[in-house]
Design a protein around this ligand. Structure first.
Ligand code: ZN
Length: 295
């Protein structure tokens, strides 16, 4: 799943290519992915792209005040086409959820390019979500977003205030979109590894020094992932993300810091990875699936 750094890079990629163009057509391939019915996607046609924003893991294409917003979820991705595909979508017949085409740039009369992008979704659990709204706040997942960790206003004091009084495990807290916007399963694993902190540590019990360490880890991890991803074409972002991960999705491999094996704790719907030597003083965390296998 793309998280803050990849979504930030995608928004930048689209901004560079789309601001100043007019929406030529919007086709929905997966009706279930469209979460709004008024205004209709067709209302975007003829409007010019004025801005591209990121809200947490959402991308917001602003066309003259009407917003095409999407969340790629776990299996979704954006495919950019320098020349938009002309064929019409056949609803239900492909992994294509959305196809948008654009006109040549208005501010460049030599421009004849007609680019576009597709949103695709792999897998059986369809969670990719598309919205057409008059204001981003009308998207429920945006209305409830916590602060953006890369915003200037997100200081260590703000972060400490978020953690204070939270009886929750830090891993779950970091990836809760209503607490902090944009961090998911992958970067929460990475941040905790950098901070040398157990995923099961209780947020409220962290002392000032630990909060400072975690804040630094959050900032550094996200900022270096953003700079690794920015400027990369959409199709290279997945590999760029994978290459930057030290523990996430690397169960059984060597921890790049200490050489211990990367371990996993699995849950019904996800799993987390960590290094026992770096993060839990060598203690191996209980894993329900592992203990079931050993019985
Ligand atoms: Zn380690």
């Amino acid at each position: 799943m793309p998280e803050l750094p990849e979504v930030e890079a995608l928004a930048g990629f689209l901004r560079e290519r789309l601001v100043g163009r007019v929406v030529d057509s919007v086709e929905i391939g997966a009706i279930s992915a469209l979460k709004t019915y008024d205004p209709q996607p067709g209302a975007l046609r003829g409007l010019s792209v004025t801005a591209l924003h990121r809200h947490g893991k959402f991308i917001d294409l602003d066309a003259d005040g009407l917003h095409l917003i999407f969340h790629l979820a776990r299996g979704g991705w954006l495919r950019w086409n320098d020349t938009a595909v002309k064929t019409m979508l056949k609803p239900g017949k492909s992994p294509l959820a959305l196809r948008v085409r654009f006109t040549p740039r208005l501010d460049d009369e030599d421009d004849e390019s007609t680019p576009g992008f597709d949103l695709t979704e792999a897998g059986t659990k369809k969670r990719l979500a598309i919205y057409v709204v008059k204001a981003p706040g009308q998207v429920p997942g945006i209305a409830t977003l916590g602060p953006d960790p890369l915003a200037e206003s997100f200081t260590q004091e703000v972060f400490a205030g978020i953690l204070r009084g939270q009886r929750q495990q830090i891993k779950g807290l970091l990836r809760d979109q209503s607490v902090i916007a944009g961090v998911g399963n992958a970067y929460s694993d990475e941040v905790l590894h950098v901070a040398r902190m157990s995923p099961f540590a209780i947020a409220a019990k962290l002392d000032d020094e630990q909060v400072g360490t975690l804040y630094e880890a959050l900032q550094n991890t996200l900022r270096s992932a953003v700079s690794a991803a920015s400027g990369k074409p959409a199709k290279e972002l997945k590999d760029a993300k994978r290459a930057g991960l030290a523990v996430h999705a690397r169960t059984g491999q060597e921890c790049p810091v200490c050489g211990d094996v990367v371990r996993e704790v699995s849950f019904a719907d996800s799993s987390l990875q960590y290094c026992a030597t770096c993060q839990t003083g060598g203690k191996v965390l209980a894993d329900r699936r592992m203990s079931r296998l050993l019985k």
